[in-house]
Design a protein around this ligand. Structure first.
Ligand code: SAM
Length: 192
């Protein structure tokens, strides 16, 4: 019933770390076709299925079209790295703020490993700018990256604004792929 097998990676990570709680506001970056959003809708109760728990908010964004899903609000044909998208998110989120930013974004792979790695790291770095605009203090960011020379740089940038950063290789992720996730928790908003 999930739109894509990637759902099992998020389920596995959430079972272990309890990222997604009923009532939370969650932004799902690179959401198409919508499997992670399906998991988020269930776990934060944004469709209101569990009347005894608080109802959360899920907003999914993708360059591509994302088919509608009960409990989620989708921004199809939107670029996560575009500041105009950040503005729309601020308008759509309750109080303009999110508890969790999820990113399973990936560029179209060119086949040149280093280039694809660099592209994805740059996209992940832009999530730190997004966090500064919408992430609540003590909030979390989960982002996919392809391991390579710049992984350490991204980890250091994350560590400068999150108290805890760990690397995750889900069992559901192919063993021979460079795919990893950073789970950054306890956001500390930088003072300007
Ligand atoms: N998590 C999704 C799911 O479970 O259905 C699968 C995501 S798929 C691996 C990666 C997605 O990232 C693609 O749909 C792609 O269009 C999207 N993407 C890549 N760059 C993006 C960007 N700059 N802004 C928004 N989405 C982007």
């Amino acid at each position: 019933k999930f739109r894509c097998r990637s759902a099992f990676k998020l389920l596995e990570i959430d079972d272990k770390f309890g990222l997604l709680q009923p009532g939370y506001s969650v932004v799902d970056c690179g959401a198409a076709p919508g499997a992670w959003s399906q998991v988020a809708v269930q776990r934060i109760n944004s469709a209101g299925t569990d009347q005894g728990s608080p109802r959360g908010t899920v907003i999914g964004i993708d360059l591509l079209y994302i088919p509608p899903l009960d409990g989620a609000h989708f921004l199809s044909n939107h670029d996560v790295t575009d500041p105009a998208t950040h503005g729309k998110l601020q308008e759509l989120l309750p109080q303009g703020q999110a508890h969790v930013i999820l990113s399973d974004m990936a560029p179209n792979a060119s086949g040149f490993k280093d280039m694809d790695h660099e592209k994805l790291i740059t996209m992940c770095l832009s999530l730190i700018d997004l966090a500064e605009k919408i992430l609540l203090p003590r909030g979390s960011l989960l982002c996919k990256y392809w391991d390579g020379a710049l992984s350490r740089h991204l980890q250091e940038k994350l560590s400068s604004v999150f108290s805890s950063v760990r690397t995750i290789k889900p069992d559901a992720s192919r063993k021979d792929s460079a795919e990893r996730y950073f789970l950054a928790r306890m956001y500390r908003k930088p003072v300007k």
